[in-house]
Ligand binder design. Structure first.
Ligand code: AHR
Length: 518
Protein backbone atom coordinates (compact mmCIF):
# COMPACT_ATOMS: atom_id res chain seq x y z
CA UNK A 1 0.00 0.00 0.00
CA UNK A 2 1.31 3.44 -0.99
CA UNK A 3 0.27 6.11 1.54
CA UNK A 4 -0.19 9.62 0.12
CA UNK A 5 -1.55 12.92 1.49
CA UNK A 6 -3.18 15.49 -0.71
CA UNK A 7 -4.18 18.97 0.47
CA UNK A 8 -6.28 21.00 -1.91
CA UNK A 9 -6.17 24.78 -1.44
CA UNK A 10 -9.44 25.83 -3.03
CA UNK A 11 -8.77 29.54 -2.54
CA UNK A 12 -5.38 29.53 -4.29
CA UNK A 13 -5.75 29.76 -8.04
CA UNK A 14 -2.98 28.56 -10.35
CA UNK A 15 -4.83 29.66 -13.51
CA UNK A 16 -8.19 29.51 -15.20
CA UNK A 17 -8.61 26.21 -17.06
CA UNK A 18 -7.84 27.16 -20.70
CA UNK A 19 -10.82 25.97 -22.80
CA UNK A 20 -8.41 25.25 -25.64
CA UNK A 21 -6.51 22.75 -23.47
CA UNK A 22 -8.80 20.05 -24.87
CA UNK A 23 -7.84 20.36 -28.50
CA UNK A 24 -7.47 17.66 -31.14
CA UNK A 25 -5.66 17.34 -34.45
CA UNK A 26 -6.88 16.28 -37.89
CA UNK A 27 -4.10 15.79 -40.42
CA UNK A 28 -4.40 14.66 -44.02
CA UNK A 29 -2.48 11.56 -43.06
CA UNK A 30 -3.32 7.87 -43.27
CA UNK A 31 -7.00 7.35 -42.48
CA UNK A 32 -7.62 10.39 -40.30
CA UNK A 33 -9.58 12.39 -42.90
CA UNK A 34 -10.45 9.84 -45.62
CA UNK A 35 -11.98 6.69 -44.07
CA UNK A 36 -11.87 8.56 -40.76
CA UNK A 37 -14.06 11.62 -40.34
CA UNK A 38 -15.06 11.40 -44.05
CA UNK A 39 -16.39 8.34 -45.83
CA UNK A 40 -19.15 8.98 -48.35
CA UNK A 41 -21.03 5.77 -48.89
CA UNK A 42 -20.72 4.63 -45.28
CA UNK A 43 -24.16 3.82 -43.84
CA UNK A 44 -23.64 6.53 -41.20
CA UNK A 45 -22.42 9.19 -43.66
CA UNK A 46 -24.35 12.46 -43.80
CA UNK A 47 -25.16 14.40 -46.98
CA UNK A 48 -21.64 15.88 -46.98
CA UNK A 49 -19.97 12.47 -46.71
CA UNK A 50 -18.99 12.85 -43.04
CA UNK A 51 -19.55 9.91 -40.70
CA UNK A 52 -22.17 10.78 -38.09
CA UNK A 53 -21.03 7.93 -35.80
CA UNK A 54 -17.49 9.36 -35.73
CA UNK A 55 -18.87 12.87 -35.26
CA UNK A 56 -20.92 11.70 -32.26
CA UNK A 57 -17.75 10.30 -30.67
CA UNK A 58 -15.85 13.53 -31.39
CA UNK A 59 -18.59 15.45 -29.58
CA UNK A 60 -18.54 12.98 -26.67
CA UNK A 61 -14.76 13.35 -26.44
CA UNK A 62 -15.29 17.05 -25.63
CA UNK A 63 -12.74 18.43 -28.08
CA UNK A 64 -12.82 22.24 -28.24
CA UNK A 65 -10.42 23.14 -31.05
CA UNK A 66 -8.89 21.13 -33.91
CA UNK A 67 -5.58 21.79 -35.63
CA UNK A 68 -5.73 21.25 -39.41
CA UNK A 69 -4.53 20.13 -42.04
CA UNK A 70 -1.11 19.04 -40.64
CA UNK A 71 1.43 18.18 -39.36
CA UNK A 72 4.11 17.25 -41.84
CA UNK A 73 1.45 17.25 -44.56
CA UNK A 74 1.00 21.02 -44.44
CA UNK A 75 4.62 21.68 -45.47
CA UNK A 76 3.89 20.56 -49.03
CA UNK A 77 0.21 21.53 -49.21
CA UNK A 78 -1.40 24.00 -51.62
CA UNK A 79 -4.59 25.12 -49.94
CA UNK A 80 -6.11 26.21 -53.28
CA UNK A 81 -6.24 22.52 -54.34
CA UNK A 82 -8.90 21.90 -51.72
CA UNK A 83 -11.41 24.60 -52.74
CA UNK A 84 -13.82 24.88 -55.66
CA UNK A 85 -15.83 22.19 -57.46
CA UNK A 86 -14.71 18.81 -56.20
CA UNK A 87 -14.57 17.18 -59.62
CA UNK A 88 -12.05 19.82 -60.76
CA UNK A 89 -9.72 19.47 -57.77
CA UNK A 90 -6.27 18.12 -58.62
CA UNK A 91 -4.97 14.80 -57.34
CA UNK A 92 -1.47 15.28 -55.96
CA UNK A 93 1.39 13.41 -54.39
CA UNK A 94 1.73 14.00 -50.66
CA UNK A 95 5.47 13.70 -50.16
CA UNK A 96 5.25 13.90 -46.36
CA UNK A 97 3.41 10.58 -46.04
CA UNK A 98 4.12 9.13 -49.50
CA UNK A 99 0.41 9.03 -50.25
CA UNK A 100 -1.97 10.25 -52.92
CA UNK A 101 -4.10 13.22 -51.90
CA UNK A 102 -7.43 13.52 -53.74
CA UNK A 103 -8.34 16.89 -52.23
CA UNK A 104 -11.96 15.84 -51.82
CA UNK A 105 -11.83 17.39 -48.36
CA UNK A 106 -10.46 20.91 -48.09
CA UNK A 107 -11.02 24.18 -46.30
CA UNK A 108 -14.80 24.44 -46.86
CA UNK A 109 -15.59 20.84 -46.01
CA UNK A 110 -13.45 20.96 -42.89
CA UNK A 111 -15.02 24.23 -41.73
CA UNK A 112 -18.48 22.66 -42.20
CA UNK A 113 -17.47 19.56 -40.27
CA UNK A 114 -15.93 21.64 -37.46
CA UNK A 115 -19.12 23.69 -37.19
CA UNK A 116 -21.17 20.49 -36.89
CA UNK A 117 -18.82 19.25 -34.20
CA UNK A 118 -18.91 22.63 -32.42
CA UNK A 119 -15.14 23.10 -32.74
CA UNK A 120 -12.82 26.01 -33.32
CA UNK A 121 -10.49 25.54 -36.32
CA UNK A 122 -6.76 26.04 -35.75
CA UNK A 123 -5.39 26.44 -39.26
CA UNK A 124 -1.77 25.78 -40.18
CA UNK A 125 -0.08 27.55 -43.10
CA UNK A 126 2.63 26.02 -45.28
CA UNK A 127 6.03 27.54 -44.49
CA UNK A 128 7.87 24.58 -46.03
CA UNK A 129 7.44 24.89 -49.80
CA UNK A 130 5.51 28.16 -49.61
CA UNK A 131 5.67 31.47 -47.82
CA UNK A 132 4.30 34.88 -46.94
CA UNK A 133 2.07 35.43 -49.96
CA UNK A 134 0.26 32.09 -49.85
CA UNK A 135 -0.31 32.39 -46.11
CA UNK A 136 -1.80 35.85 -46.62
CA UNK A 137 -3.96 34.59 -49.50
CA UNK A 138 -5.35 31.79 -47.36
CA UNK A 139 -6.12 34.25 -44.56
CA UNK A 140 -7.82 36.73 -46.91
CA UNK A 141 -9.81 33.94 -48.57
CA UNK A 142 -10.92 32.65 -45.16
CA UNK A 143 -11.60 35.81 -43.19
CA UNK A 144 -12.28 38.78 -45.46
CA UNK A 145 -16.02 39.44 -45.86
CA UNK A 146 -16.02 40.08 -49.63
CA UNK A 147 -15.30 42.47 -52.48
CA UNK A 148 -11.81 41.15 -53.27
CA UNK A 149 -10.86 38.42 -55.72
CA UNK A 150 -9.98 35.95 -52.96
CA UNK A 151 -12.93 36.62 -50.66
CA UNK A 152 -15.34 36.61 -53.60
CA UNK A 153 -13.87 33.29 -54.70
CA UNK A 154 -14.77 31.89 -51.28
CA UNK A 155 -18.31 33.23 -51.66
CA UNK A 156 -18.58 31.78 -55.16
CA UNK A 157 -17.41 28.46 -53.69
CA UNK A 158 -20.38 28.42 -51.35
CA UNK A 159 -19.32 30.23 -48.18
CA UNK A 160 -21.04 33.61 -48.17
CA UNK A 161 -19.85 34.33 -44.62
CA UNK A 162 -16.13 34.35 -43.77
CA UNK A 163 -14.83 31.35 -41.84
CA UNK A 164 -13.50 33.74 -39.17
CA UNK A 165 -10.46 31.63 -38.28
CA UNK A 166 -8.60 33.25 -35.39
CA UNK A 167 -5.93 30.71 -34.56
CA UNK A 168 -3.07 30.07 -37.03
CA UNK A 169 0.08 27.94 -36.90
CA UNK A 170 3.11 29.34 -38.71
CA UNK A 171 4.26 26.07 -40.29
CA UNK A 172 5.02 22.78 -38.59
CA UNK A 173 8.17 21.27 -37.02
CA UNK A 174 10.47 23.33 -39.21
CA UNK A 175 13.50 22.23 -37.12
CA UNK A 176 13.16 18.60 -38.28
CA UNK A 177 15.24 17.37 -41.24
CA UNK A 178 12.22 15.19 -42.17
CA UNK A 179 10.14 18.31 -42.76
CA UNK A 180 9.56 19.42 -46.35
CA UNK A 181 11.31 22.79 -46.59
CA UNK A 182 13.23 22.25 -43.31
CA UNK A 183 15.04 25.41 -42.19
CA UNK A 184 17.55 26.50 -39.61
CA UNK A 185 16.34 28.66 -36.72
CA UNK A 186 17.34 31.99 -38.28
CA UNK A 187 15.82 31.13 -41.66
CA UNK A 188 12.57 30.00 -40.08
CA UNK A 189 12.50 32.79 -37.50
CA UNK A 190 12.77 35.47 -40.21
CA UNK A 191 10.15 33.84 -42.42
CA UNK A 192 7.77 33.30 -39.50
CA UNK A 193 8.21 36.92 -38.35
CA UNK A 194 7.48 38.38 -41.79
CA UNK A 195 4.55 36.01 -42.36
CA UNK A 196 3.17 36.98 -38.96
CA UNK A 197 3.53 40.67 -39.73
CA UNK A 198 1.71 40.32 -43.04
CA UNK A 199 -1.06 38.20 -41.51
CA UNK A 200 -1.59 40.76 -38.75
CA UNK A 201 -1.70 43.58 -41.34
CA UNK A 202 -4.43 41.65 -43.14
CA UNK A 203 -6.42 40.75 -40.04
CA UNK A 204 -5.36 42.18 -36.69
CA UNK A 205 -7.54 39.64 -34.84
CA UNK A 206 -5.41 36.60 -35.68
CA UNK A 207 -3.57 34.71 -32.94
CA UNK A 208 -0.34 33.16 -34.13
CA UNK A 209 1.58 30.09 -33.02
CA UNK A 210 5.24 29.95 -33.96
CA UNK A 211 6.83 26.50 -34.29
CA UNK A 212 9.05 25.41 -31.41
CA UNK A 213 11.16 22.26 -31.49
CA UNK A 214 9.73 18.94 -32.68
CA UNK A 215 10.71 17.37 -29.36
CA UNK A 216 12.98 17.91 -26.40
CA UNK A 217 15.63 15.51 -27.76
CA UNK A 218 16.33 17.57 -30.88
CA UNK A 219 20.00 18.65 -30.88
CA UNK A 220 18.85 22.23 -31.45
CA UNK A 221 16.25 22.22 -28.65
CA UNK A 222 16.51 25.38 -26.57
CA UNK A 223 18.64 27.33 -29.01
CA UNK A 224 15.87 26.89 -31.60
CA UNK A 225 13.26 28.40 -29.26
CA UNK A 226 15.59 31.25 -28.24
CA UNK A 227 16.49 32.19 -31.82
CA UNK A 228 12.97 31.83 -33.22
CA UNK A 229 11.49 33.89 -30.38
CA UNK A 230 14.09 36.62 -30.79
CA UNK A 231 12.81 37.02 -34.37
CA UNK A 232 9.10 36.66 -33.64
CA UNK A 233 8.27 37.45 -30.00
CA UNK A 234 6.79 40.85 -30.81
CA UNK A 235 4.41 39.25 -33.36
CA UNK A 236 3.35 35.86 -32.06
CA UNK A 237 1.04 34.81 -29.24
CA UNK A 238 2.12 31.21 -28.63
CA UNK A 239 5.09 28.90 -29.24
CA UNK A 240 4.48 25.23 -29.95
CA UNK A 241 5.66 22.18 -28.03
CA UNK A 242 5.31 18.67 -29.51
CA UNK A 243 5.59 15.80 -27.04
CA UNK A 244 5.09 12.09 -27.75
CA UNK A 245 5.77 9.34 -25.22
CA UNK A 246 6.16 5.56 -25.48
CA UNK A 247 7.25 2.57 -23.44
CA UNK A 248 10.67 1.40 -24.60
CA UNK A 249 12.55 -1.78 -23.62
CA UNK A 250 9.83 -2.74 -21.13
CA UNK A 251 10.65 0.29 -18.96
CA UNK A 252 7.10 0.80 -17.72
CA UNK A 253 8.17 2.86 -14.68
CA UNK A 254 9.63 5.59 -16.90
CA UNK A 255 6.66 5.39 -19.25
CA UNK A 256 4.18 5.86 -16.42
CA UNK A 257 6.21 8.89 -15.34
CA UNK A 258 5.84 10.60 -18.73
CA UNK A 259 4.03 13.48 -17.00
CA UNK A 260 7.28 14.28 -15.19
CA UNK A 261 8.98 14.53 -18.58
CA UNK A 262 6.25 16.87 -19.83
CA UNK A 263 6.48 19.03 -16.66
CA UNK A 264 10.22 19.46 -17.26
CA UNK A 265 9.79 20.16 -20.98
CA UNK A 266 7.21 22.87 -20.22
CA UNK A 267 9.33 24.41 -17.48
CA UNK A 268 12.30 24.65 -19.85
CA UNK A 269 10.28 26.30 -22.63
CA UNK A 270 8.60 28.67 -20.14
CA UNK A 271 12.07 29.68 -18.90
CA UNK A 272 13.23 30.45 -22.45
CA UNK A 273 10.08 32.51 -23.13
CA UNK A 274 10.76 34.54 -19.98
CA UNK A 275 14.42 34.97 -20.88
CA UNK A 276 13.64 36.31 -24.38
CA UNK A 277 10.80 38.52 -23.14
CA UNK A 278 13.14 40.04 -20.56
CA UNK A 279 15.89 40.51 -23.13
CA UNK A 280 13.50 42.28 -25.52
CA UNK A 281 11.64 44.18 -22.79
CA UNK A 282 8.32 42.63 -23.86
CA UNK A 283 5.38 42.83 -21.49
CA UNK A 284 2.88 40.80 -23.55
CA UNK A 285 2.60 37.14 -22.60
CA UNK A 286 3.50 34.26 -24.93
CA UNK A 287 1.66 31.02 -24.22
CA UNK A 288 2.81 27.46 -24.82
CA UNK A 289 0.73 25.63 -27.41
CA UNK A 290 1.27 21.89 -26.88
CA UNK A 291 -0.23 21.34 -30.28
CA UNK A 292 0.84 17.72 -30.66
CA UNK A 293 0.94 15.41 -27.66
CA UNK A 294 0.09 11.76 -27.09
CA UNK A 295 1.42 8.26 -26.62
CA UNK A 296 2.92 7.15 -29.94
CA UNK A 297 4.91 3.93 -30.50
CA UNK A 298 7.32 5.86 -32.69
CA UNK A 299 10.25 3.44 -32.32
CA UNK A 300 8.15 0.68 -33.89
CA UNK A 301 7.10 3.05 -36.69
CA UNK A 302 10.68 4.20 -37.34
CA UNK A 303 12.26 0.74 -37.18
CA UNK A 304 9.61 -1.48 -38.76
CA UNK A 305 7.23 0.51 -40.97
CA UNK A 306 8.51 3.92 -41.98
CA UNK A 307 10.94 2.88 -44.74
CA UNK A 308 8.43 0.51 -46.36
CA UNK A 309 5.69 3.14 -46.32
CA UNK A 310 7.88 5.97 -47.54
CA UNK A 311 9.35 3.99 -50.44
CA UNK A 312 6.29 2.09 -51.67
CA UNK A 313 3.49 2.99 -54.03
CA UNK A 314 1.50 6.14 -53.48
CA UNK A 315 -1.65 4.74 -51.88
CA UNK A 316 -4.74 6.75 -51.01
CA UNK A 317 -5.38 6.89 -47.26
CA UNK A 318 -3.09 4.00 -46.21
CA UNK A 319 -3.19 2.59 -42.69
CA UNK A 320 -0.47 4.64 -40.96
CA UNK A 321 0.46 4.57 -37.27
CA UNK A 322 -2.89 3.17 -36.13
CA UNK A 323 -1.62 2.40 -32.63
CA UNK A 324 -4.02 0.25 -30.58
CA UNK A 325 -3.81 1.66 -27.08
CA UNK A 326 -3.54 -0.34 -23.86
CA UNK A 327 -4.75 0.38 -20.33
CA UNK A 328 -1.24 1.56 -19.49
CA UNK A 329 -1.29 4.00 -22.42
CA UNK A 330 -4.62 5.40 -21.17
CA UNK A 331 -3.21 5.94 -17.68
CA UNK A 332 -0.27 7.79 -19.23
CA UNK A 333 -2.64 9.97 -21.30
CA UNK A 334 -4.55 10.75 -18.09
CA UNK A 335 -1.34 11.69 -16.31
CA UNK A 336 -0.23 13.91 -19.23
CA UNK A 337 -3.55 15.73 -18.88
CA UNK A 338 -2.76 16.22 -15.18
CA UNK A 339 0.55 17.79 -16.20
CA UNK A 340 -1.14 20.06 -18.78
CA UNK A 341 -3.67 21.25 -16.20
CA UNK A 342 -0.98 21.82 -13.58
CA UNK A 343 0.91 23.98 -16.07
CA UNK A 344 -2.11 25.90 -17.29
CA UNK A 345 -0.59 29.16 -16.08
CA UNK A 346 1.80 28.73 -19.05
CA UNK A 347 0.05 26.31 -21.41
CA UNK A 348 -2.48 28.27 -23.45
CA UNK A 349 -3.70 25.30 -25.49
CA UNK A 350 -3.00 21.67 -26.27
CA UNK A 351 -3.98 19.26 -29.04
CA UNK A 352 -4.12 15.51 -28.62
CA UNK A 353 -2.57 14.16 -31.83
CA UNK A 354 -4.51 12.91 -33.65
CA UNK A 355 -8.30 12.56 -33.56
CA UNK A 356 -9.36 9.55 -35.65
CA UNK A 357 -7.47 6.34 -36.63
CA UNK A 358 -3.95 7.87 -36.70
CA UNK A 359 -2.61 7.57 -33.10
CA UNK A 360 -6.13 8.45 -32.09
CA UNK A 361 -8.67 8.07 -29.29
CA UNK A 362 -11.31 7.18 -31.90
CA UNK A 363 -10.95 4.31 -34.35
CA UNK A 364 -13.24 3.26 -37.19
CA UNK A 365 -13.33 0.81 -40.06
CA UNK A 366 -14.50 1.47 -43.63
CA UNK A 367 -18.09 0.30 -43.92
CA UNK A 368 -17.71 -0.81 -40.31
CA UNK A 369 -18.01 0.42 -36.75
CA UNK A 370 -16.42 3.29 -34.84
CA UNK A 371 -15.19 2.72 -31.30
CA UNK A 372 -13.49 4.32 -28.31
CA UNK A 373 -9.85 3.43 -27.69
CA UNK A 374 -8.68 3.20 -24.07
CA UNK A 375 -7.20 6.71 -24.28
CA UNK A 376 -10.61 8.16 -25.16
CA UNK A 377 -11.80 7.97 -21.56
CA UNK A 378 -9.29 10.06 -19.59
CA UNK A 379 -9.53 12.75 -22.25
CA UNK A 380 -13.36 12.79 -22.32
CA UNK A 381 -13.62 12.79 -18.53
CA UNK A 382 -11.02 15.51 -18.09
CA UNK A 383 -12.54 17.79 -20.72
CA UNK A 384 -15.96 17.32 -19.11
CA UNK A 385 -14.84 17.77 -15.49
CA UNK A 386 -11.94 20.26 -15.52
CA UNK A 387 -13.87 23.50 -15.27
CA UNK A 388 -13.22 26.93 -13.81
CA UNK A 389 -9.85 27.26 -12.13
CA UNK A 390 -6.89 25.01 -11.40
CA UNK A 391 -6.09 25.33 -7.69
CA UNK A 392 -2.91 24.71 -5.75
CA UNK A 393 -2.39 21.26 -4.27
CA UNK A 394 0.22 19.89 -1.87
CA UNK A 395 1.02 16.22 -2.24
CA UNK A 396 3.14 13.97 -0.03
CA UNK A 397 3.78 10.63 -1.68
CA UNK A 398 6.47 7.95 -1.70
CA UNK A 399 8.75 8.01 -4.72
CA UNK A 400 10.27 5.31 -6.94
CA UNK A 401 13.35 5.29 -9.18
CA UNK A 402 13.01 5.52 -12.97
CA UNK A 403 15.71 5.18 -15.61
CA UNK A 404 14.52 8.18 -17.61
CA UNK A 405 13.51 10.73 -14.94
CA UNK A 406 15.27 9.64 -11.74
CA UNK A 407 13.19 9.48 -8.53
CA UNK A 408 9.50 10.25 -9.25
CA UNK A 409 6.34 10.56 -7.17
CA UNK A 410 4.23 7.39 -7.27
CA UNK A 411 1.01 9.37 -7.03
CA UNK A 412 0.26 12.53 -8.98
CA UNK A 413 -2.74 14.80 -8.88
CA UNK A 414 -4.32 18.09 -9.90
CA UNK A 415 -7.56 19.79 -8.81
CA UNK A 416 -10.01 22.22 -10.38
CA UNK A 417 -12.93 24.19 -8.96
CA UNK A 418 -15.87 25.29 -11.12
CA UNK A 419 -17.95 28.43 -10.68
CA UNK A 420 -20.68 26.44 -8.91
CA UNK A 421 -18.15 25.32 -6.30
CA UNK A 422 -17.85 21.72 -7.53
CA UNK A 423 -14.35 20.36 -7.27
CA UNK A 424 -12.72 17.76 -9.51
CA UNK A 425 -9.69 15.77 -8.41
CA UNK A 426 -7.65 13.95 -11.03
CA UNK A 427 -5.34 11.35 -9.52
CA UNK A 428 -2.95 8.80 -10.98
CA UNK A 429 -1.32 5.82 -9.29
CA UNK A 430 1.89 5.03 -11.17
CA UNK A 431 2.76 1.90 -9.24
CA UNK A 432 2.47 -1.32 -11.23
CA UNK A 433 2.11 -3.45 -8.11
CA UNK A 434 0.59 -1.57 -5.19
CA UNK A 435 -2.65 0.12 -4.33
CA UNK A 436 -2.36 3.74 -3.23
CA UNK A 437 -4.26 4.99 -0.21
CA UNK A 438 -4.67 8.74 -0.63
CA UNK A 439 -5.91 11.00 2.19
CA UNK A 440 -7.44 14.14 0.78
CA UNK A 441 -8.22 17.27 2.77
CA UNK A 442 -10.08 20.34 1.56
CA UNK A 443 -12.06 23.16 3.14
CA UNK A 444 -15.85 23.08 3.26
CA UNK A 445 -18.53 20.43 3.34
CA UNK A 446 -18.41 18.53 0.06
CA UNK A 447 -20.00 15.28 -1.01
CA UNK A 448 -18.61 12.87 -3.56
CA UNK A 449 -20.99 13.23 -6.49
CA UNK A 450 -19.08 10.89 -8.76
CA UNK A 451 -15.87 8.85 -8.63
CA UNK A 452 -14.52 6.85 -11.56
CA UNK A 453 -11.35 4.99 -12.26
CA UNK A 454 -9.69 3.60 -15.36
CA UNK A 455 -7.54 0.58 -14.63
CA UNK A 456 -6.88 -3.01 -15.63
CA UNK A 457 -10.29 -4.65 -16.17
CA UNK A 458 -11.20 -7.97 -14.48
CA UNK A 459 -9.54 -10.83 -16.35
CA UNK A 460 -7.27 -8.41 -18.23
CA UNK A 461 -3.77 -7.14 -17.78
CA UNK A 462 -1.98 -3.84 -18.34
CA UNK A 463 -1.81 -4.55 -22.09
CA UNK A 464 -5.57 -4.99 -22.53
CA UNK A 465 -6.90 -2.99 -25.49
CA UNK A 466 -10.25 -2.12 -27.03
CA UNK A 467 -10.88 -3.49 -30.51
CA UNK A 468 -13.74 -3.23 -32.96
CA UNK A 469 -15.10 -6.53 -31.60
CA UNK A 470 -14.76 -5.92 -27.85
CA UNK A 471 -14.13 -2.90 -25.67
CA UNK A 472 -13.26 -4.26 -22.21
CA UNK A 473 -11.53 -1.07 -21.09
CA UNK A 474 -13.78 1.70 -19.77
CA UNK A 475 -13.98 3.71 -16.55
CA UNK A 476 -15.73 2.03 -13.62
CA UNK A 477 -17.14 3.42 -10.39
CA UNK A 478 -14.45 3.92 -7.77
CA UNK A 479 -16.10 2.43 -4.72
CA UNK A 480 -13.22 2.75 -2.33
CA UNK A 481 -13.88 6.30 -1.10
CA UNK A 482 -14.52 7.08 2.57
CA UNK A 483 -15.57 10.57 3.66
CA UNK A 484 -15.89 12.54 6.88
CA UNK A 485 -16.47 16.20 7.67
CA UNK A 486 -15.07 17.86 10.79
CA UNK A 487 -13.84 21.31 11.81
CA UNK A 488 -14.99 22.80 8.49
CA UNK A 489 -12.88 20.32 6.51
CA UNK A 490 -13.85 17.46 4.23
CA UNK A 491 -11.54 14.48 4.49
CA UNK A 492 -11.55 11.62 2.02
CA UNK A 493 -9.64 8.38 1.95
CA UNK A 494 -9.36 6.96 -1.54
CA UNK A 495 -7.94 3.58 -2.55
CA UNK A 496 -6.52 3.61 -6.05
CA UNK A 497 -5.66 0.39 -7.90
CA UNK A 498 -2.14 -0.03 -9.31
CA UNK A 499 -1.77 1.53 -12.81
CA UNK A 500 -4.89 3.64 -12.57
CA UNK A 501 -6.15 7.09 -13.45
CA UNK A 502 -9.16 8.39 -11.54
CA UNK A 503 -11.43 11.41 -11.35
CA UNK A 504 -13.60 12.40 -8.38
CA UNK A 505 -16.14 15.19 -8.53
CA UNK A 506 -17.23 16.73 -5.23
CA UNK A 507 -20.15 19.08 -4.74
CA UNK A 508 -20.70 21.51 -1.89
CA UNK A 509 -23.57 20.64 0.45
CA UNK A 510 -25.09 21.94 3.60
CA UNK A 511 -26.08 18.40 4.54
CA UNK A 512 -24.65 17.06 7.86
CA UNK A 513 -21.65 14.79 7.96
CA UNK A 514 -22.33 11.61 6.05
CA UNK A 515 -20.30 8.74 4.76
CA UNK A 516 -21.24 8.35 1.14
CA UNK A 517 -19.31 5.23 0.49
CA UNK A 518 -17.62 2.89 2.89
O1 AHR B 1 1.16 13.37 -35.75
C1 AHR B 1 2.02 12.74 -36.65
C2 AHR B 1 3.20 13.61 -37.07
O2 AHR B 1 4.01 13.82 -35.94
C3 AHR B 1 2.89 15.00 -37.54
O3 AHR B 1 2.57 15.06 -38.90
C4 AHR B 1 4.17 15.72 -37.29
O4 AHR B 1 3.98 17.09 -37.07
C5 AHR B 1 4.76 15.01 -36.10
O5 AHR B 1 6.09 14.69 -36.28
Amino acid sequence: MIPADLRVHLGETVAAVPPRLFGGFVEHMGRCVYQGIYEPGHPAADAGGFRSDVLALVRELGVTVVRYPGGNFVSGYRWEDGVGPREQRPVRLDAAWHSTETNQVGLHEFADWAAKAGLEVMQAVNLGTRGIEEAGDLLEYSNHPGGTELSDRRRANGAEEPFGITLWCLGNEMDGPWQIGHKNADEYGRLAAETARYMKFLDHRVELVVAGSSNMEMPTFGEWERTVLRHTADQVDHISVHAYYEETDGDVASFLASGVGLDRYLATVAGIIDEVRAELGLSRPIGISVDEWNVWYQTDWNENHKDAVLSGDWPESPRLIEDAYTVTDAVVVGSLLISLLRNSDRVSMANLAQLVNVIAPIRCEPDGPAWRQTTFFPFALTSARARGRVVRTELKTPTAPTARYGEVDLVDSVATIADDGSVSLFVVNRSTADEASVSVELAGDLIVADAQTLTVPPGGDRFTRNTQDAQPVAPVVLDAVAREVADGLTRLRISLPPISWSVLTLRPTTAPQEALRA
